[in-house]
Design a protein around this ligand. Sequence first.
Ligand SMILES: [Zn+2]
Ligand SMILES: [Zn+2]
Ligand SMILES: [Zn+2]
Length: 277
Amino acid sequence: MLELTFLGTGTSTGVPVIGCDCEVCQSPDPRDARLRCSVVVRTDTTTVLVDTSPDLRTQVLRDRFDRFDAVLFTHAHADHTAGLDELRRYNAIQQEHIPLWADAATAHSLRERFAYTFVDQYPVYGVIPDLVLNEIDGPFRIGDLDIQPIPVMHGRLPILGYRFGSIGYLTDVKSIPDESRELLQDLDVLILTALRQKPHAAHLALEEALAVAESVQPSYTLFTHVAHEMGRYAEVGPTLPEETMLAHDRQRIVIDDTRTDAGRVRLIPSPDSDQGG
Ligand SMILES: [Zn+2]
Ligand SMILES: [Zn+2]
Ligand SMILES: [Zn+2]
């Protein structure tokens, strides 16, 4: 079993945007409310968090994640890292340090910006996070979960996406080098940035994201890191090709790897998605 849960699917501001009266920000549909981007990937025995968004505390409380065996980072931008301090609670629960995995540039930035957490002193669990920072230089394994880093470009910034079994998670992407496309073959699910309709220097816009999905040919494509300018979930959804959708917060993907038939992939909507209008 491989399960991915979207903790957040919004761009750096989140949706609703502070002070905005647009129809998306005012929408009663819970699928239009997007916390900052993060996912949890879980097997039967291993749970891994990808990015520590500023909304981390809210996110783990609403879907009740009580343990993380490791935390992976895609890049150092604040919307993907600002919740780092919340990890101290996991030190207290687990009574152990939490391993972090990041590329060298992200590791450098984390050491600088969260210097107080990387001090060499005996930790009092729960006060400051006790983190061990590992620099990624190739595929690695956490428990029974194999992780393939996928280098992509976020505008001019090289960052990492990840492949977990047959799920590819590429957020904050503008372009994918050819060597990385090789790593995206035979995916059940591709998760990809689609910021909005209009082009952006550092993120794929919807048309561009659709073109990437078309060339990668996964069974399903879900778009994330979505801005309010994208439009309402219920209006954009029907315009997308088959097996292609906007992801929404709290949605889950479950892959039953003992099956080979069409039933091996299940997309489970958020528990509150039926309350929408
Ligand atoms: Zn971002
Ligand atoms: Zn708005
Ligand atoms: Zn970013």
